[in-house]
Write a protein that binds this ligand. Structure first.
Ligand code: ZN
Length: 409
């Protein structure tokens, strides 16, 4: 039995010059989702130089995940440092160059500087500190960087099924998302909602548009579906539909957002539209299953008594919600390391968002936490990362590894 305070926490010297050079190089490489290979190769070379064994695994042609591992002399647990290689695409409004790292007023600008090249550079600097440290370390470090997190999460799914780095091969994962824990907005998640994407196909009947009563207008029926979904949050408007959203103690209720609607002619024609399609995004909470999510929407639409034929399909990606206990050995190790450097506990919260943790823990049941440097303007123009937060972030990673090794389950 070892109490929290009896664990002595090694002080690591982070090679900040190394960290910064690596991060600059990473920003210079375009790794917009779909184009992750060059960055994977850079990281593979870097980790090889640090003495780690490397494996690249193609998720799709030219889209490799990279895995690396290092085993210390003394047996212990395995902890995975993880990040995603891809960034979102360059959006409009950048006044800095997205692929040229520029530091200004203590922040380093560049696409992915925060989400999440900064965090990955910190993880690799932490691995360097662990490998270089004179103290003998315990256990095994895994590192993985995966493709497609900003897309469909294919890289994460490939990883949990990898025979050496996936389910059953690691005791926990720290994802380098830029959640620094020092504000409510950057809280360290104790769980995340899940998500489902629906394709709702509405099939009516075409007729001459001058005699609309002879047809069934798929767009008009689609609009009734849109309207009822829009009003789901307002119980006074839908109580007669008998639809109640499941409410979770920590997350509250899920939510709906129509992402896309498409119907009508491709080339101008005066015809009652026969076809319409709706893509609907829904955040889900624990207790909602694939079956229930299909069923409740089906029942809701049935009650509208539309003339069109409506079919509902769940289309990828599907993400399971998950929660991790604040007392879990991984979360509490991270919290302990955080307090050591920051002097206070991190903010924590249940978040309405999706990351690869939904794949790792929601689907793969591997305990997963998030922590990363302080970032600004994520998925927006002039994304940047706070330079001072990089060193402390790397140190917290290395210390979390050591505390985790010493903690009893
Ligand atoms: Zn991210």
């Amino acid at each position: 039995m070892n109490s929290e305070n009896s664990i002595d926490i090694p002080q690591f010297k982070i090679d900040t010059k190394y960290l910064r050079t690596l991060l600059d190089e990473m920003i210079e490489i375009n790794s917009v989702v779909g184009d992750e290979k060059d960055l994977a190769i850079l990281l593979a070379e870097e980790l090889q130089k640090l003495g780690l064994a490397i494996q690249l695994e193609d998720v799709e042609a030219n889209r490799p995940n990279i895995y690396a591992h290092h085993q210390f002399a003394q047996k212990g647990k395995t902890l995975t440092f993880n990040g995603h290689l891809d960034t979102v695409d360059v959006c409009e409004g950048w006044t800095f160059e997205p692929f040229i790292p520029i530091e200004k007023d203590g922040n380093l600008y560049g696409l992915g500087s925060a989400d999440m090249k900064g965090g990955i550079a910190c993880q690799i600097a932490a691995i360097k500190a662990l490998v270089d440290s004179n103290e003998s370390q315990i256990g095994t470090i895994h590192f993985s960087a995966v493709v497609d997190e900003e897309g469909y999460g294919k890289g994460g799914r490939k990883m949990i099924n990898n025979p050496f780095f996936g389910k059953g091969k690691t005791d926990g994962i720290i994802i380098a998302e830029p959640l620094f824990g020092n504000t409510i907005a950057s809280s360290l998640p104790l769980g995340m909602t899940g998500k489902v994407l629906y394709k709702i196909t509405i099939k009516g009947l075409s007729a001459h548009a001058y005699r609309p009563v002879q047809g069934i207008n798929a767009i008009t029926d689609a609009s009734k579906i849109v309207n009822v979904i829009e009003n789901l949050g307002d119980s006074s408007k839908n109580e007669n539909l008998g639809f109640t959203l499941l409410s979770d103690d920590d997350f509250g209720k899920g939510s709906f957002c129509i992402l896309k609607i498409e119907g009508g002619y491709k080339k101008y024609s005066v015809v009652v539209p026969e076809h319409c399609e709706i893509i609907l995004n829904r955040l889900t909470v624990p207790g909602e299953t694939k079956e229930s999510l299909n069923q409740d929407l089906e029942q809701l639409i049935e009650k509208l008594n539309l003339k069109s034929m409506v079919t509902i399909e769940l289309v990828p990606p599907f993400y399971y919600p998950y929660k991790i206990s604040e007392d879990h050995e991984l979360f509490s190790s991270l919290k302990r390391a955080y307090k050591e450097s920051m002097g206070e506990d991190p903010y924590t919260s249940y978040m309405r968002m999706i990351t690869d943790a939904n794949v790792f823990m929601g689907e793969g049941k591997i305990p997963t936490v998030h922590f990363g440097p302080k970032g600004n303007n994520l998925h927006s123009p002039n994304e940047n990362v706070n330079v001072n937060s990089l060193e402390v972030c790397a140190k917290i990673y290395a210390q979390t590894y050591c505390i985790f090794q010493k903690k009893n389950k």
